[in-house]
Design a protein around this ligand. Structure first.
Ligand code: BG6
Ligand code: MG
Length: 215
């Protein structure tokens, strides 16, 4: 097998935090009378906090001052942190722990490649932290997905070539980032949204790593 490392996105792949991000952005939108739709929310997946706000303001056609933007970024995150404050192991997506177990036993290195600045909090709350050899998150990268920086830093930190890495992503922007980094991409979700991925699975339930990771 030429693949030696698995790089996981966090939100929507390992834990179902996408609903909390959506709720927090929706509430924020009320400040400028904007109702965020689920279709638009799909385009915010994998996108950094600042860029998400810029996109929403763009859709709302609202030109905010720098001060408004700074305040809203803080308010959105405070709301998000409130929403995830009681998170625990039960919010790990089904099949994820079994899958991590399989790849660990098969000798894969495991890294996180997330845009979130709250990644470590979530890994701690859910008990997922011990699985990871390396964490690359929103505090480590300067460019948002679809730029491949987050995954290239993951490969480099694990001393792997991009061609030895497999990325797991639920976002269009994340799949694009993996492909731009010359890595295999496994989409978690539906094929219509994640058509650029090399393979797509709906979730990790019952997934056999030795079959999925054959390309
Ligand atoms: C990504 C999410 O993982 O992290 C996005 O898919 C989110 O929705 C981004 O905006 C940044 O997260 P945070 O926790 O730093 O606001
Ligand atoms: Mg995601």
């Amino acid at each position: 097998m030429i693949y030696k490392a698995c790089l996981f996105d966090l939100d929507g792949v390992l834990v179902d935090t996408a609903i909390y991000h959506f709720q927090a952005w929706k509430n924020l939108g009320k400040k400028f009378n904007y109702e965020l739709t689920t279709e638009q929310n799909e385009q915010l997946k994998g996108v950094s906090r600042v860029e998400s706000l810029n996109k929403i303001l763009d859709w709302a056609n609202y030109s905010a001052t720098q001060e408004e933007k700074s305040n809203w970024l803080i308010e959105k995150n405070e709301e998000y942190l409130r929403l995830i404050s009681n998170m625990n192991r039960s919010e790990i997506l089904p099949g994820v722990e079994e899958f991590l177990n399989q790849i660990k036993n098969q000798g894969f290195k495991i890294a996180l490649g997330s845009a979130s600045k709250n990644a470590e909090i979530i890994l701690d709350k859910t008990g997922l932290m011990p699985w990871f050899d390396l964490i690359i998150d929103g505090n480590t990268v300067s460019k948002s997905k679809p730029d491949p920086e987050v995954f290239l830093k993951g490969a480099e930190g694990l001393a792997m070539k991009p061609s030895e890495c497999i990325v797991f992503e639920d976002a269009q922007a994340g799949v694009e980032a993996a492909k731009a980094g010359n890595m295999k991409a496994i989409g978690i979700g539906d094929r219509e949204t994640l058509y650029l991925a090399d393979k797509v699975i709906p979730n990790f339930i019952g997934i056999k790593a030795n079959e999925l990771l054959l390309f």
